[in-house]
Design a protein around this ligand. Sequence first.
Ligand code: C2E
Ligand code: CA
Ligand code: CA
Length: 446
Amino acid sequence: MTHIEKATDFLMQEFHCSQALAGAFAEEFGYNLKIRSVNKQNRFRKDVHDLLLSSSKKIGFIQFDVRRFKIINDLYGEKFGDEVLFFIKDNLKALCNDRQFYLNLRSDVFMVVTEYDSDKELLRFIKSIEERSAFFKDVKLQLAFGVYSVDDKSMEIRQMEDRASMARTAAKENAISNVIFYEEQFKELLYTRKFIEENMHSAVIEKQFKMYLQPKYSISRNKIIGAEALVRWIHPEKGMIYPNEFIPVIEENGFIKIVDYYIWEEASRFIRKCMDSGIEDCPVSVNVSRHHLKDMEFVQVLMDDIQKHQIEQSLLELEITETANDEQIGQMAMRLKMNGFTLLMDDFGSGYSSLNVLLETPFDVIKLDKKFMDNMMASDKGKLILEHTVSMSQELGLGLLAEGVETKEQVKLLDKIGCDHVQGYYFAKPMPQEEFYELLKKDRGI
Ligand code: C2E
Ligand code: CA
Ligand code: CA
């Protein structure tokens, strides 16, 4: 939506005027919207500051967002998404009294600050927000709430907001409860973050990041058909640190570039080593964080790796995780294709990727997410969906690989429905590259 369209909508909502009238004022007003939002933030923080000083009751910071808001935007369009946000704002306006303040922090993230006497009262208030916003035009909205109950009023307001934000993130990941209170354990997460940030540079210098490889197999041929490169951080005191612990942090601070570039070069070197021993049919796929996709720099890095190690381009494959429908990724993927890369769509079915993406992004292979597979295999209906996913990929001329295969039953079913390529603990766990090299040579009879 352009700022003029946004301004038109805003004016229509706020002043209940016609589109024509709102449109006439929209241009001038649109430029003022940005300033208005900064002013709103300042006013909100000032109100909260005054409340903290004047109230003798407890103070709660509630931050919430709409689960899968991106998908709502995807399915119903951005205009509808904006209407949802207006709807929530209206509800907050109606619910909050003069000692309760709210702010639309960004996109679908809202902050509400209230005074209260008991947790029960606070939860009742949260429930009222939830109930009032449960449906918008028949679309169910699920909200995830993080709550920080202020225990130290001298703390900066930003810090209080951060704590509510951390709790909201936890609420999003929690399948059982959608309201999570900030607890001291979140501090642990902060320590982890601090540890990573303080140690990541020396980890590179001291070569603590290692490339592990996990084989991919063909069920019917019982042969290795490739491998995925997965990073491990082997810390001299802490031992093995898994990517799920440090990748989110280094993605946020940009250090992922350094780590990925390292792994890509390691993968290229490994491919060269295989080619030198006559193995030219074992592609290695590397993970490409979304962080890279903002500009073209990483394409040059990949091309340089290929050039430097004189490897076949088809042997270095790229795994990209598709979250919601993203134009930027679509365009970047198109460029990568034009540069001759093979693209694997990672985590297909994990909840974000929509079928739209298949239409708009030129992937070569779909990697079925472990959770998707597990879910589907749990029922007959799911098995049918899985079967049709297999035939759909075949008809579209796409390759298919099932990830996270752990049991014989899964292998049997995948074999039956024609999904031949698999990766998972049932066959092999990720292993140090030297170990994989030996396994591969044995597999090839060398
Ligand atoms: P992913 O790309 O989806 O990688 C698959 C993950 O599933 C790996 O976890 C792998 O060890 C695990 N896995 C494989 N088979 C099984 C199985 O049968 N059962 C179970 N439970 N798990 C299985 P890992 O290595 O811990 O990596 C986690 C995620 O971290 C990866 O998910 C990927 O998103 C990211 N990642 C890993 N290495 C890199 C890297 O070098 N660069 C970037 N950007 N991301 C990486
Ligand atoms: Ca992957
Ligand atoms: Ca995956």
